[in-house]
Design a binder for this molecule. Structure first.
Ligand SMILES: [Zn+2]
Length: 297
C-alpha cells in the first residue's frame, strides 16, 4: 500500500516534500522521521480512531442489546402524539377597565363549554401520557441503569451504547399549557395593553369539573321543573285550602292561584311539597327567583 503510494508520488515535487527530514522554521523531527511519518501520526491516527468509533456505533445500532431492547420498548409504548405542548387563545377587549377585570377562569370555562369533547380528549391524552411516561421512565432506568434526563458518566462499561440509547428516548407531551392573552389597544393604536394567563392541565381539570357541575345543575333544574305536574299542583292547592298562603284570597275573590317554589329552582330548590306553596298572582308578582330565607316569601 505504501509502495503504491510512493510510486504514485515518484517524480513529483511531493516526493521531495514528504521525504524531507526537517521542516524549515520548525524544531527538528525525531530521529528517523520524515514529513510523511509526521503526517501519518497527525492525520492517520485520529482518522483510525474515528473509523473505530463509527464501527462501534454501527455495531451498537445493529447488535447492541440495550439499544435493541430500547427500540422494542419504544415501539411498545403507545403515547398519544395528537396533542400540542401549548394551546394559544387571544381575546380583544374594548377598554382598559374590561382588561383589568378580565376573568380568565370564566374565559376557560366558556371555551371548555364550546367544545367539551375536544378539551376532554386533550386532558385525557395528557393524563394517559403522564401515566405511561412514568412506567416508561422506570423501565428505561432499569434497562440503562440511568434515569432519563440524567447525564451519562463515561466509564469503560458500555457508555457509548447508553449514550446512543439516550438519544432515542421518547418524550411524550404530558403537560400541555393553555395560554390566553387578553388585550386592549387604545383608539388609533397608540397604546397596547395585555394580560396573560397560563393554565396547567390540573387547572383545566378544575375548569372541566366546574363545567360538569354547571351542566349537572342545568340538568337538575330542568328535571325539577319537569316534576311539577298538574296532579302535584292540585295536591298543593288542596293542602293550602285553595287559598293564597300570604294574603288568604281564593279564586272566587278574583285572583289567580299559582303553585310557587319557596326556594326557587334556579337557586337549587326542589319540587317537593315542603318547598311548594300556593300563591295568588299578585303576591307572586315580581317574586320570580327571589328568595329571602328570613323574609315572608
Ligand atoms: Zn296573595
Amino acid at each position: 500500500m505504501l509502495d503504491m503510494w510512493h510510486n504514485l508520488l515518484s517524480g513529483t515535487p511531493w516526493q521531495d516534500i514528504l521525504s524531507a527530514k526537517e521542516i524549515p522554521g520548525l524544531p527538528p523531527l525525531p530521529d528517523g522521521w520524515t514529513v510523511e511519518t509526521l503526517l501519518l501520526v497527525v492525520i492517520g491516527v485520529p482518522a483510525a480512531l474515528l473509523l473505530l468509533h463509527f464501527v462501534r456505533v454501527i455495531l451498537i445500532y445493529l447488535y447492541g442489546r440495550k439499544y435493541r431492547a430500547l427500540r422494542a420498548l419504544n415501539r411498545a409504548c403507545e403515547f398519544d402524539n395528537g396533542i400540542k405542548t401549548r394551546y394559544e387563545y387571544k381575546v380583544r377587549l374594548n377598554s382598559r377597565k374590561q382588561l383589568e377585570r378580565y376573568d380568565f377562569e370564566r374565559f376557560f370555562l366558556d371555551e371548555y363549554g364550546r367544545n367539551p369533547h375536544a378539551f376532554g380528549a386533550i386532558l385525557e391524552s395528557a393524563s394517559n401520557n403522564d401515566k405511561k411516561y412514568r412506567r416508561y421512565k422506570a423501565e428505561v432506568e432499569q434497562l440503562l441503569g440511568v434515569k432519563p434526563g440524567e447525564a451519562v458518566r463515561v466509564r469503560f462499561f458500555d457508555p457509548l451504547q447508553v449514550k446512543i440509547c439516550k438519544r432515542h428516548l421518547r418524550k411524550p407531551i404530558t403537560s400541555p399549557v393553555f395560554h390566553c392573552t387578553a388585550e386592549y389597544t387604545s383608539p388609533k393604536g397608540k397604546n397596547h395593553y395585555s394580560r396573560t394567563a397560563d393554565y396547567t392541565v390540573k387547572q383545566m381539570e378544575g375548569v372541566a369539573k366546574q363545567y360538569r357541575k354547571n351542566v349537572d345543575f342545568q340538568a337538575s333544574k330542568a328535571y325539577q321543573r319537569s316534576l311539577m305536574t298538574d296532579s302535584l299542583r292540585y295536591d298543593i292547592m288542596k293542602r293550602d285550602n285553595f287559598r293564597c298562603v300570604l294574603c288568604g284570597r281564593t279564586a272566587r275573590e278574583g285572583v289567580k292561584l299559582h303553585v310557587d317554589h319557596i326556594v326557587p329552582v334556579a337557586k337549587g330548590g326542589l319540587t317537593v311539597p315542603d318547598n311548594l306553596r300556593t300563591l295568588c298572582d299578585q303576591c307572586n308578582l315580581g317574586k320570580s327567583d327571589k328568595y329571602d330565607p328570613h323574609g315572608a316569601n
